[in-house]
Design a protein around this ligand. Structure first.
Ligand code: ATP
Ligand code: MG
Length: 472
């Protein structure tokens, strides 16, 4: 039941509101009905007493009075008739009236032609009455008055019946509303309880937990958001698993080499000094590879968590490109590849991080050289209004078109056998992409199998990230 608290809260509030409206409404309604009822009865007895007084006034003799008395008795009207001295002359359905039921004051009011309206109490029974008295006048002569009564208790009894009906229907409506509120609150709280269960399950690690989307309103949107979150977490977990598997695999390969050749050297299992040198060179090479791998991983993780700090300044892109070319040139020469660099004279300064820019070019040149067997590598810079475009072209093995969308993913290599041959770990382009993004630039790759690859970087030097604009 605890889990259904919202039902009580919501239900309680609605019911309280309901009572707050229903009670005053009932009270007002009761006032209106009783006011109307009393008014109606008073009007009736007023009317009657006036009519009887009128009838008697037409021939004010004992005979007429007797007739009026009989008529009243017949139609169960409570009435008494007094003469000009206040003495009761006739009565119908009225018992226990004192001899001088009409006070002198009243009598003089009647004699002035005024009618009487009052509430009287029967001293014997204690019953209360609404009383209406009318004077009997024939011309100027005053003959007395006719009083018609109506029992207040009778009115109250009738009113009580109306009141009971009112309370009964109020209670009916109340219970109906109570039922509806319960159903409504359950409809509201059930999906929330389900969502709570699902999020607990997700928090415990069961990422396959899903919630039924109950509607298209805010609750439905919340359920959808929970499902999306679970899916995101599931994907993140899969990516993470793949990432760690890749990392450990990439680390294991150089470590195995290091261990193996170190053991060979330690145990003197080599034939010549030349062979020993060879093994030492492998150890040096693999250590460098390991250092680079760790550095790449650290860069990537910093970039992805937004912790990589870039040092933006106005740099000469030509100088950066030349440096990168100088550092990679020997590899191209080793493979007898030509390396052409084309930089326009009017190249403007670019607001960027020089060190990271060099890292981008070294990675791209490294790929171009690594994946090209014969031919040439070309680096070309173009300026077009507020953009600098850098092309790095090769005449290498190329990349199949269907692989192009995945090139920038971490550890992605076009095919595993190729990577064994060339020895890359698939982090280079992921780093390049992140760095280009951080510089607010764009990178595109186009390639033809067997013919070559072209990587294009477009940098804007007027709208640079976070820096002031340089006027050239
Ligand atoms: P790393 O750069 O981390 O040492 P890598 O070169 O394998 O390893 P990336 O630079 O990310 O990784 O490149 C991803 C894959 O794209 C490479 O494995 C390679 O198959 C393919 N590739 C990249 N550049 C070229 C290119 N110029 N020509 C042909 N294939 C390329
Ligand atoms: Mg690479």
């Amino acid at each position: 039941m605890r889990s259904n608290r919202i039902v009580f809260k919501l239900g309680g509030t609605i019911m309280l509101l309901f009572i707050m409206v229903l009670l005053p409404l009932g009270f007002v309604f009761n006032q209106i009905v009783s006011g109307f009822y009393y008014g109606q009865v008073r009007e009736d007895i007023d009317h009657l007493s006036a009519r009887y007084a009128q009838s008697i006034a037409e021939s004010p003799d004992p005979m007429t009075i007797h007739m009026v008395e009989m008529m009243a008795r017949f139609s169960e009207v409570k009435l008494y008739i007094v003469d000009d001295r206040g003495t009761i002359k006739a009565r119908s359905n009225v018992l226990g009236l004192p001899k001088n039921a009409v006070s002198d004051q009243e009598l003089s009011a009647l004699s002035r032609g005024e009618s009487i309206k009052k509430i009287d109490q029967d001293p014997a029974s204690g019953n209360r009455f609404l009383v209406s008295g009318h004077p009997i006048f024939r011309g100027q002569d005053f003959y007395g008055g006719v009083y018609v009564l109506s029992s207040i208790d009778r009115i109250d009894q009738s009113l009580q019946i109306v009141r009971n009906l009112l309370i009964l229907s109020g209670m009916g409506v109340f219970f109906l509303a109570l039922g509806l509120t319960w159903v409504l609150s359950r409809k509201l709280s059930d999906p929330l309880i389900q969502m709570k269960r699902a999020t607990r399950q997700i928090a415990k690690g069961d990422l396959s937990a899903r919630v039924k989307v109950p509607s298209e309103d805010e609750i439905g949107a919340l359920a959808q958001a929970i499902n999306d979150m679970a899916l995101d977490l599931q994907q993140t977990r899969t990516t993470q698993k793949e990432f760690f598997a890749n990392v450990s695999h990439e680390l294991r390969t150089p470590i195995t080499y290091l261990e193996g050749y170190a053991k060979v050297l330690k145990e003197g299992l080599y034939q010549s000094e030349e062979e020993k040198e060879q093994y030492l060179e492998i150890i040096r090479h693999e250590s460098k590879r390991l250092t680079r791998l760790v550095q790449d991983l650290s860069d990537l993780s910093k970039m992805e968590s937004g912790q990589l700090e870039l040092h933006f300044e106005w740099i000469d892109l030509a100088e950066v490109v030349q440096n990168a070319v100088r550092k990679t040139k020997f590899k191209a020469e080793e493979k007898d590849l030509e390396l052409h660099v084309q930089i326009p004279d009017d190249l403007p300064a670019v607001y960027a991080d020089g060190f990271r820019m060099e890292q981008i070019f070294i990675n791209l040149l490294d790929n171009a050289i690594r994946y090209t067997e014969t031919g040439s590598i070309g680096v070309q810079l173009n300026v077009d209004r507020d953009q600098v475009t850098i092309h790095i072209k090769d005449t290498g093995i190329g990349i199949p078109e269907e692989e192009l969308p995945y090139l920038f993913e971490r550890f992605y290599r076009v095919d595993k056998s190729r990577s064994r041959q060339y020895g890359g770990s698939g982090l280079g382009l992921a780093i390049v992409k992140q760095l280009v993004d951080l510089h607010g630039g764009r990178i595109e790759v186009s390639s033809q199998m067997g013919k070559g690859t072209r990587v294009t970087i477009i940098l804007s030097f007027r709208h640079h990230p976070g820096g002031e604009e340089k006027h050239t």
